[in-house]
Each structure stands twice: as C-alpha cells, then as structure tokens.
Design a protein around this ligand. Structure first.
Ligand SMILES: [Zn+2]
Ligand SMILES: [Zn+2]
Length: 137
C-alpha cells in the first residue's frame, strides 16, 4: 500500500515517502537553517527512520556541524540541488528530519512550534504557536 505522505526534490529524481503523522513540526529561525535553506527560516518535521522509505534517487549527504555543536547530514539531490532531509543528527537517533517544502502536499502538515526565535528577523511575525528562544525543552 502506498504511504500516506510522498515527497520529492525539485527535479523529481529523489522521491521518498512515510506514513506517520509527525508530532514534532518546527519553524526554525536559526542561522544554520537560514544558510542551508536560503530563507528566513526552515519548516521541518521528524519522521521515524523505520517509517522513512527512499523510493528513488541517490541523495548526496553533506556532513555538517551546526552552531549547537551537533553533527548532522544534510541530504540533497545532486542533480537539482534541492535540500530534502536531514539524517544522523546528534542526539536524535532514529529520526529523519524532512523539509516541509519537499512534500507533494505541503498543506497536509503545519508547524506546531517556532524555535530559535531569538534569530527571527524583525520583519517576520510570530505565529500563534508556542515560541522558543532556542531549542524547545
Ligand atoms: Zn532533484
Ligand atoms: Zn534551525
């Protein structure tokens, strides 16, 4: 049976899917997310690794150490350069962090909190969601 959520990079070479509704969905305003996404923030959510199926493509992983000191692998499509998911994040074993914009139906998942709000730029307004200066606790 096809999984509930499907996602892909901009050129469609990398495709993946998962079933479970994510419980951790964050708008992250940290500088790492700014740099990696090229935007003011990134919206991402955690998917259990055992629910995450890579259906096609061979994403390339770039190992990176965030400002927090945690290492992680940013996975992107080597053909079109889209950033698609993060894996091997220190402190979060067994989780894959998916970028919301990769979803075929991004309207199905909405953020539940905002984090690293200390880095939010002045022109951006808080959403009506729990706000965390840094990492949620
Ligand atoms: Zn691609
Ligand atoms: Zn971030």
């Amino acid at each position: 049976m096809p999984k509930k959520y499907t996602a892909q990079c901009a050129c469609g070479a990398v495709k993946f899917a998962f079933d479970r509704d994510p419980t951790f969905v964050a708008n992250c305003h940290c500088n790492d997310c700014k740099r990696a996404s090229g935007g003011e923030m990134a919206t991402f959510f955690a998917v259990p690794a055992d629910d995450f199926d890579l259906l096609s493509g061979q994403p390339k992983a770039f190992h990176y150490v965030a400002n927090s000191g945690n290492g992680l692998d940013r996975n992107f499509c080597p053909d079109c350069g889209s950033r698609v998911f993060t894996s091997n994040l220190d402190g979060f074993p067994g989780a894959v962090f998916v970028q919301l914009g990769s979803l075929d139906r991004p309207d199905l998942i909405a953020p539940k909190l905002e984090m690293f709000t200390a880095r939010r730029l002045d022109w951006n307004r808080p959403l009506d969601l729990p706000q965390f200066d840094g990492m949620p606790n």
